[in-house]
Ligand binder design. Sequence first.
Ligand code: SAM
Length: 243
Amino acid sequence: MLFKGVPDVVNEHVNDWHKKVILHSIGGKGEQRILDAGCGYGRLSFPIISRFPDFDVIGLDISENYVSLYKKNTNHPAWMGGVENLPEELGTFDFILCVTVLMYLDQDQLVRAISNLLSHLKRDGKLILIEPHFSGHYFQTWFGLLTFLMKRVRKDTVDTQGRYFRSGEIEQLFKEAGGQVLSEWRLPMTSLVFGPLALAGNLLPNGVVRPFCKFISLLDGLLGKFELPSIQVAFLIARHEKE
Ligand SMILES: C[S@@+](CC[C@H](N)C(=O)[O-])C[C@H]1O[C@@H](n2cnc3c(N)ncnc32)[C@H](O)[C@@H]1O
């Protein structure tokens, strides 16, 4: 589950975008060593493993429960540990995924995690980072109305307390740690219609909502390079090579 209290069809739509960004970034040349940092139960390792069964994909999570779920679900190894304290023995990777994990760290842990993630990249390695963005916060909650309604409709809705990153914040933090952002993708149209999408997902059959999501994805693909309000932003990051 990505967003709590949001219909499955809308979460599937965001999940599809994550998969697209990740598989596009990995590309698939040669055998790759990949770390899914903050792997959860393996949601994002699945598509990599099924597309590239020979890749060496490893999970890591702070939660023991997720580590065992990951191993059981993917049949791949997983380590228990924090991204702010990656064990040396993990070695280096061609790609590290880190999706909606940094949002849970305090400032100290965040700075340590960024430097740790960069130091576990191979020379040409890349980090694929996806985190919530402040610019889409009000659109995501429909200016607070969606949160208000969801709390009444779904009593189990919990605020997970993660942070939203402001424009330029990720870029600056990585720059200070010796990294550089190579590319950035956004979900602008999804953000702008998040409220109507969630409502439609609750009221209409999936067969009607899915084609609408496909259309929104198409617009996101066209507008994703512009700095429009977005609930999440994906970054492709490398170590900055000193001359
Ligand atoms: C929102 S889930 C995302 C899981 C997965 N990346 C995905 O997108 O499906 C956040 C995950 O980060 C893990 N996590 C939280 N803090 C962490 C930390 N300091 N180091 C490693 N994992 C952490 C949680 O246990 C949880 O599995």
